[in-house]
Design a protein around this ligand. Structure first.
Ligand code: SF4
Ligand code: SF4
Length: 133
């Protein structure tokens, strides 16, 4: 009985853990995911990215996970070869959709959880609020 309870508790904790989404090298550069992202967090390989793109954020501010940022600064590409997701703009679609839209449309299932960027639902909502207020 105790073991069943403990297993349920672990499953519950695992379910609450959220991660940003990342694109793997399996990407075939079809571009289907890019227009689906509510945060404009997906970019083509080799393209630089800005916080201002696809968000309401202007000027400077204190991002919930990366600290002081400037909306208009051009940041280096996350990949030169395939589409990439900038984790500081990805909210795993929390606050917009029930599931990550990039993963839902990807034909080769290469939009996966990013173990390097684990965030709580509260943190993901704080990122959304920061970008879209
Ligand atoms: S999970 Fe949602 S917010 Fe994150 S990159 Fe994919 S579509 Fe964008
Ligand atoms: S939908 Fe999948 S394969 Fe197509 S560009 Fe996006 S990550 Fe790459």
């Amino acid at each position: 009985m105790l073991r069943i309870f403990a297993t349920k508790l672990v499953r519950t904790q695992e379910k609450k853990e959220n991660m940003a989404i990342m694109i793997t090298d399996e990407c075939i550069n079809c571009g289907a995911c890019e227009p689906e992202c509510p945060n404009n967090a997906i970019y083509e390989g080799g393209a630089s990215w800005k916080f201002a793109e696809g968000t309401g954020f202007k000027g400077q501010g204190e991002h919930p996970t990366v600290g002081a940022v400037d909306a208009e600064v051009e940041n280096d590409p996350g990949s030169m070869d395939v589409y990439y997701i900038t984790h500081s703009k990805c909210t795993e679609c929390v606050g917009f959709h029930d599931e990550p839209q990039c993963a839902a449309v990807c034909p080769v299932d290469c939009c996966v959880d990013d173990p390097e960027h684990r965030e709580t639902e509260e943190m993901l909502l704080a990122k959304k609020a920061f970008m879209h207020l």
